[in-house]
Design a protein around this ligand. Sequence first.
Ligand code: AMP
Ligand code: ZN
Length: 114
Amino acid sequence: MNECLFCKIANKEIPSTIVYENDYVIAFEDISPEAPVHVLVIPKKHIASLNDINIENSVYIAKIFEAISIISREQGINETGYRIVSNCGKDAMQTVEHVHFHLLGKRSLKWPPG
Ligand code: AMP
Ligand code: ZN
């Protein structure tokens, strides 16, 4: 049985506030938002981390960035700007082992991150 939290969200076994979905990608609001817009964009296929992207599954990553272009427009942040973050592994504090891209916007974001 797949115990992955984000697979369960993708399969609608766990509720989330979905903002965008297609055959490859699902995007939903982060449960603990760090900005007025904080959406997580994930592949519907389980990919544990950025380290696991390869020629077999990289179409999902392309689809994620196509989706980000649509979602940023729908969320009204394509012109003001936004940040995409993907944490990989312990030093980056990845907490969910299913690849995800944070889409953050609608406020001024600091750089560099902590
Ligand atoms: P990361 O720390 O980069 O692995 O990001 C995991 C993100 O998932 C965090 O920002 C959490 O707030 C978010 N998160 C955890 N559980 C849920 C959930 N059930 N629904 C939506 N977002 C979640
Ligand atoms: Zn998963």
